[in-house]
Design a protein around this ligand. Structure first.
Ligand code: DGL
Length: 270
């Protein structure tokens, strides 16, 4: 065990903003005993439209912040940051640094029968080809169809998740996946699980949806078990939240993403 790090040390989780709370929510469910520190870079979001260099720079700053809090592991909840920054973050520490891309790909490959997989995400995630590259590393013969669905982010933040506008936007983005005959779709963005019902309403029940964040949470559990680093305490873990800015409607949006009220939020300067 490393100096200052024990089973009781927190897991550090970060995202460009509030969206990663969908990943935190899965972690709370799967690992109720773990102490968790979440940082949302709300002052500088969105990451999805920014250059690779900028997303790497921000992700490095946040990872240093979390390492200073003596976390036992870093979870990159943001798909855009996971797509471009992981190798740079792993250079900062010998502790595990987990992204959402690989767990999402592994789960999709387990689900698919016809090896035609769709991926949706931010422009940054799609242009990085991170999902496509990872899927092909595991299973070369898979056809991967990718599409940026930028408007989904704002719809999820505004709570327009199943009204007629959300349905129209989803239909416009996703209809082509039906023509491509995919049987599995990866929700490659923190915000998209909020729109799950609308997305499956457009695609139909036959197309399975993979929530990368949920898969990453399962992977976190596997790694902690493997490294004998699970916090086995009986009481619930302590959850601390940091943001770089209090964006408007913070409380309302964060509760929608987390599925419960959020307490203990502090603003920090990185
Ligand atoms: N968290 C981002 C992601 O999962 C979506 C929001 C943003 O563009 O910053 O890619």
């Amino acid at each position: 065990m490393k100096k200052n790090i024990s089973r009781r040390s927190p897991i550090g989780v970060f995202d460009s903003g509030i969206g990663g709370l969908t990943v935190a929510r899965s972690l709370f469910e799967i690992l109720p005993g773990e102490n968790i520190i979440y940082l949302g870079d709300t002052a500088r979001l969105p990451y999805g439209t920014k250059s690779k260099e900028t997303v790497i720079k921000y992700s490095v700053e946040i990872t240093k912040f979390l390492l200073n809090k003596n976390v036992k592991m870093v979870v990159v909840a943001c798909n855009t940051a996971s797509s471009v920054a992981l190798p740079y973050l792993r250079k900062l520490t010998s502790l595990p640094v987990i992204g959402v891309i690989k767990p999402g790909c592994k789960a999709a490959l387990k689900e698919t029968n016809n090896f035609k997989i769709g991926v949706i995400g931010t422009l940054g995630t799609i242009l990085s080809y991170s999902y496509k590259t990872q899927i092909h590393k595991i299973e070369r013969e898979t056809e991967v169809f990718s599409k940026a669905c930028s408007l989904f982010v704002q719809l999820a933040e505004d709570g327009w998740t199943d009204n007629k506008i959300a349905k129209m936007v989803a239909k416009e983005y996703l209809d082509e996946f039906k023509r491509m005959n995919i049987d599995t779709l990866i929700l490659g963005c923190t915000h998209y699980p909020i729109l799950k019902n609308t997305i499956s309403g457009v695609l139909g029940k036959k197309i399975k949806l993979i929530d990368s964040g949920e898969e990453a949470a399962k992977e976190v559990k596997r790694i902690l078990e493997q490294e004998d680093m699970l916090n086995n305490q009986k009481k619930n873990g302590v959850h601390k939240f940091y943001v770089t800015d209090f964006q408007k409607k913070f409380k309302e949006i964060s509760e929608r993403f987390l599925g419960q009220p959020i307490h203990d939020v502090k603003k920090v300067k990185l």
